[in-house]
Structure formats: C-alpha cells, structure tokens
Design a protein around this ligand. Structure first.
Ligand code: NAG
Ligand code: NAG
Length: 483
C-alpha cells in the first residue's frame, strides 16, 4: 500500500528510494542532507562464490523471495549497505534491488566473478586484461548504474596479496579502474565511484593504497585514480582494542586520505561466536574522522563459519548467535549522531602526485605508466556494451517473508516482513524490530519449500567455499586469485 502512495511520484520511481550518495573528497556524502555517510554493511553472497554459476540464471540478487527474507533480517540488524561479490549482469535484478532499496540499503558491487576470464588475475595479469573481460565488468555497470542505491563498484578484490602480485598487478589494476571510470563517465547518469578492495596485508597495504589514490598529474579528476579505497581486515579478534588490533596504525596510515576509506570486510572469527566489540570503535571518534564504516563478513553461514544466518535449501533460515551479538553492538550506537556528521568545511583532500617515492616496499611496482586499453576495449567504452542489460526499480506489492525464520533459541520469528522506508530514508537499527506488523497477518511465517524447483545446479548453502581471503589474526593471507 505504501508503494501505491509513492507510485509515479517522479514518473519513474516506483518504490520510495534512498538518496544516491556522492563521493566528496575523502567522504561519502548524502547530497540532500550534506551529511557524511557511514557504511554499516554486511557481505551478502548466499551460496558463496562456489554457488555462483553463469548458466543457472541466478545470482544473489535474482530471487525476490530470498531477497525479501534477507532484507527483512538485515533491516532488523540495522544495516544500510550490502556488498555483493558475484553477479551475473544478464539476469534480472529489479525486484531484489527494489526490495533492498525500499529497505533503505545501498549495494556495493564487485564487477568480477570467480569464473575464468571474469577477473584480473594475480599471476600474469596481462594475460587476463582483454576486451571480453572488460566487457563483462562494463555489463555489471550497465546492469546497476540506473538504481539509486548502487553505492560503488569494486574494480578488484585482493588481486594484490603478496610481493609477486605487488610487482605485477598494480598498473593493470589501475588500468581496469580507469576503464571502468571512463565507462561510468560516458554511460551513467551520475558519477558512481569505482575503487579497489585490498587484502589487509600490512606490509603492502599502504603501497597499494598510494598506488591507487595518487594522481598522475596531481589533479582530482585523474581517470585512473581510485575513487575510494577499501580493505578486508581481520586484525580485531574477540575482546581487543584500537591499539591491540592495530587499528591505530590504519588510522595514522590513512590520515589525510584523498578518498573514502572503509572496511570492505571485517569480523575475525578466532573467537566464535563473535562478539563484534570492534563495532563501537569503528563508528567511534577514533576512527570516523578517517574511516567511513565497514562491512561485516558475512551474511550466510558457510563452512568457513563467518555467518550471521544459517540457510536451508527450502528457504527457511535460522539466526546464528553472531547475528544477535552484532545487533547488540549496533544498538549501543547512536546512529542519528553517527550519520549526522558534517564534513569539515575546509577539507584538504588533494591527492599526492604519483611518484616512485610513494612506494616503500622494494618489489612493489612503482611505475605509473599504465597499459593502454586492450584491442577492442575502447570501442566498447565509446559505444557501450551491446546488448546492455538495464535495471530499473519496480513495484513490489507484498513485503511479507515467505519462509520460516527461527531465532537463535529455535523459536519462530512471526510476521517477518520488510518495512519499506519513506523516500530518502536510510536503514538504521530499530526500523524493523522483527515482531508483528500492523497488518496483523500471520502469513509471513508460512513455511517455505517453494524455492527448490530450480535448485539442481545450485551449490547448497553449505557448499564448500574457501574464503576469498581472510587475513587470519596474524594478517597472513589465504589468497584466492579468482575472487
Ligand atoms: C558484452 O556483454 C554483454 C552483456 O553481458 C553480452 O551480451 C555480450 O555478448 C558481450 N560482448 C562481448 C564482445 O563479449
Ligand atoms: C614503465 O612501464 C612502461 C610500460 O610497461 C615501460 O615502457 C617503461 O620502461 C617502464 N619504466 C621503467 C622506469 O621501468
């Protein structure tokens, strides 16, 4: 019903929409309020990368019933952003994106996939930098650029993770970022930021950061400069502190940044269930001057045991203790204040000029001469992907969750549904308590079972998925180049 009142308010917008965000200097800004935006995010890839399969016509944003279930649960948690790692640009995402949008959530998308040819490789990156690969990344841009809640694109995730990849990959990664930015500039109606998501391997982290945030000519509009920089960081485990988790080094290392910085993954599970004591620090005064929040890894429980919610094949689900623990930490925060911060009026965000001096590790690449776009790529940038998959918000008529969801204690959560927010509203803790709605319907908890028909090819929820890369405690790294 709420939908109908908002229907056609602006011609094309069906559901109330979040306000598209902008990057201004080192912050994400909501242009309507002028406030900074702190990412309160969760990594969202049900089925894991092993469950991603280009043939089955599905990806994490293709099944509206599943998205409804998960958007409702994420609303209870209070998150405002999901990060999705692998999408198929050619499947329809309209319903899922409209659901997350109405639930007040932005989406950060990785443009790559674990399939061969769908990402820049850590090893011999020149062999994976070709037009068909770029076409795929541009197709992801096409598929998501028209949604108001598309927050950013990751041009790569942990492609640089050791000395060898640090020697070879940076010019190629920067070239992919450039190509994507050129594509966005030419074909999107707003400047959706593009940047890199790094492994928190401390000895090369700041070289990666500097390599991508510097400007070739010293100006902000350098098309190969990252628009943001993110890191997957697992250095805070259990009860820790700003200093013990070496977050202090991160803050001092990124101080004075010219681009937004955030955790594209966090949530060490050396101590399990996790207690997420880092949340108070990430959104506290020691961090927020430099950081713009972070993304908890990860929504779905998989073999690697990082899940907030455990899924069953029939669509039913159960909250993990981590879910309620994270919720508890979020609810201690004052999000009105956190999301109400103004950027400093005088912000000094000039990027450094690219130079060998910025790179401190011996073998890390310090040559800023980038490869030119591979044969055929410039034509795709100029003319656009053909055929271009286009996305748009659509009307959602029923916000009820169709699957049974059990709480940590085994009791069923009744009347679970997404609570659509009003225009421009962003989700925060408390917008959805998960208990009964005014509609008084009990249909929301009808058991699932409708989701199994198209499942033959899908990896089960607990499909073996080796973590893309988790710098376990010590910051050592398990790399998965394909991710
Ligand atoms: C480019 O991407 C589109 C959308 O996925 C696809 O239909 C088309 O075949 C691709 N073209 C090339 C040359 O790879
Ligand atoms: C930098 O890279 C370019 C392109 O690969 C190459 O031509 C040039 O010689 C390199 N410069 C140095 C100083 O190695």
């Amino acid at each position: 019903m709420l939908i109908h009142s908002a229907l056609l308010a602006l011609g094309a917008t069906l559901a109330a929409a979040v306000q598209p965000l902008e990057v201004q200097g080192e912050y994400f800004i909501n242009p309507k309020t002028g406030n900074r935006f702190q990412i309160v995010g969760v990594a969202y890839q049900p089925g894991g990368s092993a469950g991603y399969n280009e043939e089955n016509g599905r990806d994490p944003l293709s099944d509206a019933d599943i998205c409804m279930r998960d958007a409702a649960l994420l609303q209870i948690l209070g998150v405002n952003t999901i990060r999705v790692y692998n999408v198929n640009p050619d499947v329809n995402h309209d319903e899922c994106v409209s659901i997350f949008n109405a639930a007040g959530m932005y989406i950060i998308l990785d443009v790559n996939s674990p399939l061969v040819g769908d990402s820049l490789t850590s090893f011999n990156p020149w062999e994976s930098y070709y037009a068909a690969y770029l076409n795929r990344t541009f197709a992801v841009v096409e598929a998501f650029k028209d949604y108001p809640n598309t927050l950013a694109f990751f041009s790569g995730n942990e492609v640089i993770n050791d000395e060898q990849s640090g020697a070879d990959v940076p010019p190629y990664m920067r070239a992919v970022t450039r190509d994507l930015k050129n594509y966005v500039k030419k074909h999107a109606s707003r400047p959706i930021p593009v940047g890199y998501s790094a492994a928190d391997v401390r000895d090369i982290l700041f070289d990666s950061y500097n390599y991508f945030q510097c400007s070739l000519e010293g100006d902000k509009d350098d098309m190969s400069k990252g628009d943001l920089f993110a890191l997957n960081s697992y250095s805070w485990c259990g009860e820790s502190s700003f200093e013990e988790a070496s977050y202090d080094d991160l803050v001092s290392g990124f101080e004075g940044t010219s681009v937004p910085i955030f955790f594209s993954e966090f949530g060490c599970n050396d101590v399990s269930p996790r207690i997420f004591t880092e949340v108070g620090t990430i959104y506290g005064s020691q961090m927020t001057g430099v950081f713009s929040g972070g993304v908890v890894y990860e929504y779905t429980q998989e073999k690697n045991n990082y899940g907030l919610v455990s899924m069953n094949e029939d669509g039913s689900a159960k909250l993990m203790p981590d879910f309620r623990n994270l919720e508890k930490q979020y609810s201690k925060l004052d999000f009105a204040t956190i999301q109400g911060q103004k950027p400093p009026s005088e912000s000094n965000t000039k990027p450094p000029v690219c130079s060998t001096k910025l790179i401190t590790t011996d073998n890390f690449n310090n040559n800023f001469t980038l490869p030119v776009p591979p044969p055929g790529a410039q034509k795709i940038i100029d003319d656009g992907v053909k055929p271009a998959p286009k996305g748009k918000l659509v009307e959602i008529s029923d916000w009820k969750v169709k699957f049974t969801v059990k709480d940590t204690d085994g009791s069923t959560i009744t009347n679970l549904e997404v609570k659509p927010l009003t225009d421009d509203e962003i989700n925060s803790p408390g917008s959805n308590t998960g208990s009964g709605s005014s509609s008084g319907s009990t249909d929301g908890t009808t058991s699932g079972g409708t989701d199994s028909g198209d499942d033959e090819n899908a990896a089960p929820g607990l499909a073996a998925r080796i973590l893309p890369a988790v710098a376990m405690g010590s910051l050592a790294l398990l790399a998965n180049v394909a991710f």
